[in-house]
Structures are given as C-alpha cells and as structure tokens.
Design a protein around this ligand. Structure first.
Ligand code: ADP
Ligand code: MG
Length: 340
C-alpha cells in the first residue's frame, strides 16, 4: 500500500443542520480517502449531501463530528483561506463589477502580490483557458461557457493542491458541457492536481473520473472506479442510479437466474431464437434512442418480470414490434448479484 498520506481524507465525518426545530443529517458518518492527483467525483441525487461534503472540505461548513485531513494534516477547524484548496461554485460567483482579469487576479491581490506580477499571472491563466482576449471585459459580457472557464482560472490562480468543483457544468447546454468535460479532464491531467468534482449526472461521472463515490441520503453507498460502479454496483441504489438496470428479485429471479436478487444491464441481453433462450416474452414498448433501441419485455414465464433490453440499431435485422414475442439470451456472467 501507499505510504504517502491521501490528499484528502474524511474520517467518520458527519454534518447535522438544525433548521426550524428539526435536525437534518446532511452527511452521515462518511469515510473517504482521495489520492494525490486523483480525479474523484461525488455523484448522487439532489439533496444527498454532496455540496455539504465539499463545503466541509473547503472549510465553508464545519463538520458536526469527525476529522478532515489534507496530506495528513488536520484542517477540520481551519478557515477556507488557510487551506491549500480552492473552489469553483455552481453559479461561478464571479464579481460582476470587476473585469475578467481582475476576477482571475483576485486571489493574488488578497495575498498581497504586486500588480505587475498578478496581471502577468492572470493573463497566463487566461491563455491557458484559451481566452486570452477577454481580460478587459466584465463577466456579464461573456457567454456561459466563457464564464465557466474564467471561474476555473480564478480558482487556479493560487495554485491550489486540491480543486473543489460543485456541479461546474450544470448550467451549460449539452454540447458545451461535453466540450468542457474534455477540457477539464485534460487540464486536470496536465496540472496534476487533485480534483474533487460534484455532479448528479451519471454519464459525466463515468466518463471523467478516476474513482466515484456514490452518495445517497448523506451516506457513501460505494467508492470505486467507473467500471466497478457500473458493472459491480454494491447496492441496489447504485445499480439503479447508474445507467439503466434490470433488478430481478423474488421467486421469478430465483427461477430465472438462481439468485434472490441480481442486476442485469439491458445491453447484456440479446434477442435470439427460442432455442436456448433464458426466457421469452412479449414486447410491451419500444423506445428509439438513435444508437440503440430499448425494448420493454414482459417475460411470459414470470408475469411479474419486465425486462429492459437494449439493442444497437446496427444489429437489428428485423426490429420486433410491440406485441411481438421475443426470446432473450444472456451470458451467466452478465448477472451481478445484489444484496437487495
Ligand atoms: P446536494 O448537494 O447533494 O444536493 P446538500 O449537501 O446541498 O445536497 O444538502 C443535503 C441536505 O442538507 C439536504 O436535505 C439539504 O436540505 C440540507 N441542507 C443543506 N444545507 C443546509 C443548511 N444550511 N441548513 C439546513 N439544511 C441544509
Ligand atoms: Mg449540491
């Protein structure tokens, strides 16, 4: 095992908010280690505790209990500015009255760096984010994607060891978001700093991260690589939150797959002839997604079972229609046992 302490470590961290006479346990006994230079993503539905977790690491919210360490140093009670961390917030939080260059240079000004030096460094960052000519503009004169990049430059100006990013791409449209995903990933790789990224978007998490921590109701359900999260989810929640999943349980599951509860991804099921089919059923609905077609099949051998089947459009000779009987095949190893 590694001997260097993790870039970020949470030890039994909880955060309880008191609001309106009620207490909300936003983060519930979380343990987590993030390695140096890792692109780590917290993924979970809205309200699951992601932002609270990130704010505690950044120092904006104090944990109710537990310890937060950076490279082995306890920072649990240090203010944000005393931590080698910076944050890109969801709304970017750029100063509207300052120019873009002043926004980027702001962290250096606070540190007392002289004007010539901070201008030079801020300009270098604008070049890095490929916006060399917007320094004199106000944030209001930029597009959403440009504002996003400026927020990133501003957060990087003090060369933080850890960058926290709270749904930084949430406000962008799909095309731009995909472009920014690639840019962010490339930037993280070239800078080699630790990224703690938050998203509620499973595709974003799967495509960008070295590892993912899946949050649900303030708890970490699983911490693993994207491949393991997708193929070997630890819980039913993870199976169903990431991608589409057939979760089979009960008597029908026992009969079909010999397991009391298991997951089968829709793309692992193939349509074929009746010989050797695991189960046959009737197509109840079909949805065209462009690169694939999803069928909802009610298995005739087990009336309570409905399976989603994804077929690449290129593999379709004859598209079965609603009401057609189809025969479903899958490999035994496609079935992943779950503790339901
Ligand atoms: P996420 O970022 O995953 O959407 P949050 O960390 O923002 O989740 O919120 C987790 C839970 O904590 C939610 O139930 C939210 O309402 C509650 N919460 C967050 N901040 C506060 C606060 N300042 N006061 C009271 N409750 C809060
Ligand atoms: Mg949030």
């Amino acid at each position: 095992m590694t001997t260097t302490p993790p870039a970020v470590e949470l030890q039994d961290v909880s955060c309880v908010f008191q609001s309106g006479g009620q207490s909300v346990r936003a983060v519930d006994h979380v343990n987590l280690q993030i390695g140096e230079g890792e692109f780590f993503t917290l993924l979970g539905p809205s309200g699951s505790g992601k932002t609270t977790c990130l704010r505690m690491i950044g120092g904006f919210t104090l944990p109710t209990s537990g310890r937060i360490t950076l490279k082995g140093n306890d920072v649990s009670h240090l203010p944000p500015y005393a931590r080698p961390i910076n944050t890109v917030f969801q709304d970017y939080a750029l100063f509207p009255h300052m120019t873009v260059l002043e926004n980027v240079a702001y962290g250096l000004m606070v540190k007392g760096v002289d004007k010539a030096q901070r201008t030079q460094r801020a300009q270098a960052l604008l070049e890095m984010i490929r916006l060399p000519d917007v320094g004199a503009r106000k944030p209001g004169q930029l597009s959403g994607g440009q504002r996003q990049r400026v927020a990133l430059a501003r957060a990087l100006v003090n060369q933080p060891e850890v960058l926290l990013l709270d749904e930084p791409l949430g406000a962008l449209d799909l095309k731009l978001r995909e472009q920014m995903q690639a840019e962010l990933k490339a930037l993280q790789r070239s800078l080699g700093i630790t990224f703690l990224f938050i998203t509620h978007d499973q595709h974003e998490a799967l495509s960008m991260s070295d590892r993912i921590g899946v949050f649900n109701l303030g708890k970490l359900e699983q911490v693993a690589t994207p491949q393991d999260i997708y193929n070997r989810p630890a819980t039913r929640f993870v199976a169903q939150f990431i991608g589409a999943a057939n979760v089979l349980e009960g008597a029908a599951a026992e009969r079909l797959i010999g397991e009391p509860c298991a997951m089968l991804r829709p793309e692992q099921i193939r349509l074929g002839d009746s010989t050797g089919a695991r189960v046959s059923g009737v197509v109840r609905e079909l949805f065209y997604f462009g690169s694939f077609v999803r069928f909802e099949v009610a298995a005739s051998a087990a009336a309570e079972l409905r399976l989603q089947v994804d077929m690449p459009t290129t593999a379709l000779d004859v598209t079965p229609q609603r009401g057609d009987t189809v025969h479903l095949h899958w490999d035994a190893q496609a079935v992943h046992r779950l503790a339901c």
